[in-house]
Write a protein that binds this ligand. Structure first.
Ligand code: NAD
Length: 478
């Protein structure tokens, strides 16, 4: 099964569920940290008890290896829950702020109130993780949530639905399986927040729909994330980390290094090291990566064909395949593929690759690399392999990206104390930990004023000459 066979829910069913959540959201608003933590613990125990089912569902969806499911689906969920449990009381506490002299006598706070009813739309590439992490944030903020998993990974979508039916009443969390039409029916409703993870193209559709209701959005999008390898980099180390970051999840990772910007004198040596690292990962006994249990598959026929076309296009235009290139339509298998000398007009430079194909691009120097990045949409992630502090600072200062990792790949996703998200085309808003909690919270300004005389009363009308004098003194000294 590659596409959902589920009948889409009717608009009436969706509307009923939404209205029930709207009603319950008012009650949830008053929930304490202890109550929210209890719910997070229930999710954690469910995930722990059903780890085998989770591995099986995701394996059925795209043959993702069990250890990779543990590392990239289950571990981030459990880590996010642990981190949230450890910090939620502090996050929820109204943040007292100092009061300016003009408002002397009052007390001021930032008060975190749940936004209300949230919609979470997830992609297929980390189908469990990318649904549960925003849900953890929504629950920690005190929101209700309607979840729309991706139809492209139907086994995991069904597992998520079963999980939520086990753990929550629909008035608090409910799942609607289905494809574009379900998503679009949901997007008509006046949610209090929409958290969308997916492609920039669909992100625009979501933002347009949200604008109709002036709903706030978090958009976790994608695009092309480059990795720069400068002349001071240790190539064997860089190559191994790049190979891991790229081939994990079969390259279907929003923050996978999409392409490499490598110093022209080092390309051949770097390619050798990437080939060596890839062989170590998947072909230690001389087998093909196709035989390796540790190498996943392309999620469906459409994506398989899209990737084959990208590869054919590059090859026909003169790109050299330094490694891989083999494919098997039956299994939706594409070997880890390394490309060099890919001409400028190849389509691979235009669209997010999202698969196990890695093109290298020669650059003259660091300035050349930074210029190239600046001429393209701001990436979700930027990787720099460099042993030079000066070069590291240069790239930080001369590029913009949602996140940056120096001398490694992907790691910022796993760090709960760092905001995760993009900028412009790669996304809007931030997720994880406190940033996730904030995304689903309204940061309400709260002032508690004293009764009777206040510091502002003396400037009320009528604007006598004495009041005017007072206002000008305020403007001068406060
Ligand atoms: P997608 O945008 O095609 O789909 C995402 C979700 O939107 C799915 O649930 C889908 O049903 C729904 N959808 C699709 N078309 C729609 C439409 N016309 N109207 C309303 N809803 C629609 O993305 P995908 O293929 O599932 O995932 C891959 C993309 O997601 C890549 O671009 C990747 O970089 C990005 N991504 C980003 C992050 C991140 O955290 N920033 C994480 C993972 C994936």
């Amino acid at each position: 099964m590659t596409e959902s066979t589920h009948t889409p829910p009717s608009d009436t069913i969706i509307l009923n569920a939404f209205e029930k959540q709207q009603e319950y959201a008012i009650q949830l608003k008053q929930s304490t940290a202890t109550e929210r933590i209890k719910k997070l613990r229930k999710i954690s125990s469910w995930v722990e008890q059903h780890a085998a089912d989770i591995r099986q569902a995701i394996y059925k969806d795209f043959r993702k290896p069990g250890p990779e499911v543990d590392l990239t689906e289950i571990f981030p969920v459990q880590q996010e829950i642990k981190h949230t449990i450890g910090h939620l009381k502090k996050w929820m506490k109204p943040g007292k702020v100092s009061t300016p002299l003009a408002l002397a006598g009052s007390k001021s706070y930032v008060y975190y109130e749940p936004k209300g009813v949230a919609l979470i739309i997830a992609p297929w590439n980390f189908p469990l993780n990318l649904m549960l992490l925003p849900l953890i944030s929504a629950i920690s903020a005190g929101c209700t949530a309607i979840l729309k998993p991706s139809e492209v990974t139907p086994h995991t979508a069904r597992l998520i639905r079963n999980m939520m039916e086990d753990l929550f009443e629909p008035k608090e969390v409910v799942v609607f399986e289905g494809a574009v039409e379900t998503s679009q029916a949901l997007l008509q409703l006046p949610f209090d927040h929409i958290f969308f993870t997916g492609s920039p193209a669909v992100g625009k559709i979501v933002m347009k729909a949200a604008a109709e209701n002036l709903t706030s959005v978090t958009l976790e999008l994608g695009g092309k994330s480059p990795a720069i390898i400068d002349s001071s980099a240790r190539l064997s180390d860089a190559a191994e980390k790049i190979a891991w970051g790229k081939w994990l999840n079969n390259g279907q990772t929003c923050i996978a290094p999409d392409y490499l910007l490598v110093n022209k004198n080092q390309q051949a040596a770097l390619a050798d090291e990437i080939i060596k690292a890839t062989e170590k990962f998947f072909s230690e006994d001389g087998q093909s990566p196709q035989q390796s249990a540790d190498y996943a598959r392309i999620v469906n026929r459409n994506h398989y064909e899209r990737l084959c076309e990208l590869l054919d296009d590059a090859r026909e235009k003169g790109a050299k395949i330094l490694m891989g290139g083999q494919r098997d339509a039956e299994e939706k298998y594409i070997a880890p593929t390394l490309l060099a000398d890919v001409p400028e007009n190849a389509r691979i430079w235009e669209e997010e690759i999202f698969g196990p194909i890695l093109p290298m691009r020669k650059v003259d120097d660091l300035r050349d690399a930074a210029d190239y990045i600046r001429k393209h949409p701001k990436p979700l992630a930027l990787y720099l392999f460099s042993n030079s502090k000066k070069n590291q600072q240069y790239v930080l200062d001369n590029t913009s990206a949602g996140g940056m990792v120096i001398n490694d790949c992907l790691l910022h996703y796993l760090h709960p104390n760092l905001p995760f998200g993009g900028i412009n085309h790669s996304g809007l808003g931030k997720a994880h930990g406190f940033w996730g909690f904030r995304a689903f919270s309204n940061e309400k300004a709260l002032i508690k004023q004293r009764i009777g005389l206040t510091s502002i009363k003396p400037v009320y009308p009528p604007y006598t000459s004495g009041v005017k004098k007072l206002i000008s003194l305020m403007m001068k000294y406060l």
